[in-house]
Design a protein around this ligand. Structure first.
Ligand code: ATP
Length: 557
């Protein structure tokens, strides 16, 4: 969408061209023209003589009248400072501006309008081609593959759609052996329900094997095995070392064994206002992560919690926080709890659960995320709310720029989606926040794929955290079936066309596709639109209003 908007904005810039400037230039040119007319005649003559000479040589076999028409004997080519502004004579914006004006006055189009126009254009083009080929009687659907090819050409895009046959040949990974025999045809395998670790191992060796000559295969395999053995023994000693480090870093399980007994919210010794808040949320029984986390968090221990998406991690950290806040000293308002989330959507979601949970308490909350009014937030922060729910960027903005706002009083630091926060994009911000919080705080990390990499966690200066991994053997939700399509390196350019084919033939409804970049997501949205596949894009370049409209559309339809 941005590409199109930028195009329109470029035009707008041209529109700012000053009429007065232009008039001045024209006036100036007229004067210059007069001066040019009065150029010394001898130079003209010299040039015309030279031209005539050349002309004479060339035109031996040509008609004389034609020659005279082609070459104007009065033409002069004089390169000198005086004549510099001669160029300006032809530099007339009138025509260009006249061409631009109607464009500029038209309202800017939405991406969907642009897609529809483009689609119609190509449709009519295809129809007319079919008619001229005498195939107009076949009222079949437009061949979308051809259409995409046409689109590719139009846009000089590197997306090239192969024949449908190729997509038909996507096979389960079990057929990998056959695939090697016929590499050109069946280069991509479709592995239904195959575990990823199998895929990973085979992928590497397959690619290597393809390039190996018969004679060198044995040697290669031997080397490979040797290397494997070496790396296995290395990794096993590394494992031992890591295990030891983890043992020293994390709290011993025996320390917390007595805590894992709470079967219901009532047996967790929670206060009435919290129990009321829970029942208002409709939470009757705690989920496994809540059952394990709440009692340990209430003891003030640091926690590294990992549980699958949708397992109730938010309430797992909010309940002990709310409970502890009931016993806080109330003389001076103080910011005591900081909850960090990687995105504003997650922060808003967390804030909404926290608000409901706190509705029977006197705890105060503040949402501190990008997109909201900075001044308003600053005023809210000055009231010293008990809990701040924030995204790292906006919080740092306040730490640096809001006078009198500090993190010195934080007693509990919670990092939601900690694995994402530990990624490079957030690491500098996270370090700065952690450095600004007091060392004596309680720290809790939660994530669906919680890391237990000691090196990463050391940065967050946890104090012998308790590791709570619910169902660590199951990396994903139980009902989730994972399949994969393998795209070989030399077929990378076919990735978009494969995706389109999958969405047209196999997964036709309610599909979410994740891309590595906003640009790619946008590009695919355009391609889908042109192919009459209903699709919407959702990424950080959209305004809050666009996201809200899209959410309504997605979830209310
Ligand atoms: N004890 C409970 N009883 C009933 N429903 C619950 C309970 N705890 C959480 N839920 C509901 O389960 C859903 C998922 O909860 P939540 O968002 O906290 O999960 P999560 O593990 O944080 O997921 P994500 O990783 O996507 O953030 C929410 O709709 C929430 O209202």
């Amino acid at each position: 969408m941005d590409d199109f908007i930028m195009t329109i904005e470029d035009d707008t810039e041209i529109n700012t061209y000053n009429e007065e400037d232009d008039t001045e230039t024209n006036a100036y040119n007229e004067e210059e023209n007069k001066e040019t007319d009065s150029n010394p005649p001898h130079k003209k003559n010299k040039n015309s003589k030279r031209l005539k000479k050349i002309d004479h040589k060339k035109s031996i076999s040509e008609d004389t009248s034609l020659k005279e028409n082609d070459i104007n004997p009065d033409f002069s080519f004089y390169v000198g400072d005086d004549n510099f502004y001669n160029d300006a004579e032809s530099w007339d914006f009138v025509a260009a501006r006249a061409g631009l004006k109607p464009k500029l006055n038209t309202p800017s189009k939405t991406i969907d309008e642009i897609i529809t126009n483009k689609r119609n254009e190509v449709k009519s083009l295809l129809n007319s081609t079919l008619k001229t080929n005498g195939q107009s009687n076949s009222k079949k659907e437009i061949d979308h593959d051809k259409f995409l090819k046409k689109f590719d050409k139009d846009n000089d895009n590197n997306t090239s759609l192969e024949n449908d046959d190729e997509i038909d040949e996507i096979k389960p990974a079990d057929d990998d052996d056959d695939e090697d025999d016929n590499d050109d045809i069946d280069v991509d395998s479709f592995g239904a329900g195959i575990q990823c670790d199998i895929y990973d191992n085979e992928d590497e060796s397959d690619e290597d094997d393809d390039d190996q000559e018969e004679s060198s295969t044995e040697e290669y395999q031997n080397n490979h095995e040797d290397r494997d053995n070496d790396s296995t023994s290395e990794s096993s000693s590394e494992d031992e070392y890591e295990k030891q480090r983890k043992k020293e870093y994390f709290a011993d399980e025996s320390e917390t064994i007595n805590c894992n007994i709470a079967e219901s919210f009532q047996t967790m010794n929670l206060s009435r206002p919290i129990l009321k808040g829970l029942s208002q949320l409709g939470f009757i029984q705690p989920t496994p992560i809540q059952r394990q986390t709440i009692p340990i968090a209430l003891m003030g221990r640091d926690i590294c919690g990992g549980a699958i998406t949708g397992s109730g991690k938010t309430a797992a950290f909010l309940v002990p926080v709310m409970e502890r806040l009931l016993y806080r000293p109330r003389q001076t308002p103080t910011v005591r709890v900081l909850i960090l989330a990687p995105t504003r959507e997650l922060a808003i979601q967390c804030h909404s659960v926290a608000t409901k949970l706190a509705s029977f308490t006197d705890s105060t909350l503040c949402l501190c995320v990008g997109g909201l009014n900075l001044k308003k937030q600053e005023t809210e922060l000055r009231t010293r709310p008990d809990i701040i729910i924030a995204t790292p960027g906006r919080l740092i903005d306040h730490v640096r720029n809001s006078p009198s706002f500090t993190l010195d009083t934080i007693e509990i630091l919670i990092i939601d989606e900690a694995d994402r926060m530990l990624e490079d994009g957030f690491s500098a911000e996270l370090n700065e926040i952690v450095k600004n919080c007091p060392k004596s705080r309680q720290t809790m990390l939660f994530s669906a794929t919680m890391t237990d990499n000691v090196d990463e966690l050391i940065r967050l200066s946890l104090n012998r955290p308790v590791r709570l991994m619910i169902d660590p053997t199951k990396a994903t939700a139980i009902k989730l079936i994972q399949e994969f399509v393998r795209v070989r390196k030399h077929r990378e350019e076919d990735r978009p066309s494969m995706l389109v084919a999958l969405c047209k033939k196999t997964f036709r409804r309610k599909v979410i596709i994740f891309f590595k970049s906003k640009a790619f997501a946008h590009e695919m949205k355009v391609i889908f639109g042109l192919l009459e596949l209903k699709a919407a894009e959702l990424h950080g370049n959209l305004s809050q209003e666009q996201v809200r409209r899209l959410s309504c559309k997605l979830f209310c339809d």
